[in-house]
Design a protein around this ligand. Sequence first.
Ligand code: TRP
Length: 372
Amino acid sequence: MTKTIVNPYDVRGKVNYDRLIQEFGLKSIDESLLNRIKKYTKELHPMLTRKIFFAHRDLDWLFDEYDKGNKFFIYTGCGPSGPIHIGHLVVWYFAKWLQDKFDADLYFQFTDDEKFMYKDLSYDEIQEWLNENILDVIAVGFNPKKTHFIIDTKHAGLLYPEAIKVAKKITFSTIKSSFGFNDNTNIGSIFFTSMQTVPSFLPSILKKKNIPCLIPHAVDQDPHFRLTRDILPKLGYYKPASIQCSFLPPLTGSEGKMSSSESIKGILTTDTPQEIKEKINKYAFSGGQATLEEHKKKGGNPDIDVPFQYLKYLFEESDEKLNELERNYRMGILSSGEMKKYAIEKITKFILEHQKRRKFAKQKIPNFMIKY
Ligand code: TRP
């Protein structure tokens, strides 16, 4: 078995999320917290009730502040190094829900500097991905009046004076142990986490008062924000709160995470219905039995069935329908072919709607850029 590794630059092996909560020092999202969230949002997002977002830091504090009238902003981001796949969409569609429910400002960072330093891609290639990825973020449907894009290289003049204040508080040895770096790591990568920290307090600077921050993100980003949380009080700001999700499984099964650098690419936001169908039919790992006869007798396993997992993460909004699929699959009433067919239908519908918005995204870019 491969060793489990979870950090921003490497996710490998079968992730045990309970153990990760222990190791990272996270809090799980329990029933009482869900009830508290529901008090504000009236209904709970399926990603909450299904425990896709399974852990947090300081949400209780965040809502205590909220109750006192101290509203929070949301901060999340994208590292532009390839096409956007459905794994990215999990966090972004959830962030949109949060923005709508709390009528919150959202600061969205594009870390083109990060991807340039970490990936074997030229600066121009990164810029091309940046331009593409921006369209997908706009297509999610964020509120243009309340959403502020920050591009690290473009807004360097705004970020850099703050990033150096962060960098001065972090030692090389801390960085090495946080991200698994060694003496051969390029020096840009060593500095980078300072840039990812800045948006968590930038609004406090721009608005000249301390504003609480909530970061929705996939759990692999936690090492960045652990450092952020150590440093911000030293600079006079609140520690950011976070809400963290597990990884959408890659097509081929349930180890690691979907990734745009994988040889069998995940399902992309630019895929045609035909491509979606082919990817699911050809590559999606099935939790069904080898033959239909055996399947009817023994039933399938939805926990490892990739099409079912995709429905659960993002594409089946109805709990009732999801439970029915799960039940029938376990009992062998629903075949893996039928599960795939249903997943293809739902994913295609979702992606086509995303693409409709994506088509009109380009002209909206200026509205989304941070003004300062
Ligand atoms: N580093 C992230 C990535 O590689 C991008 C990112 C920047 C981000 N700021 C963030 C992700 C805040 C989540 C929350 O994708």
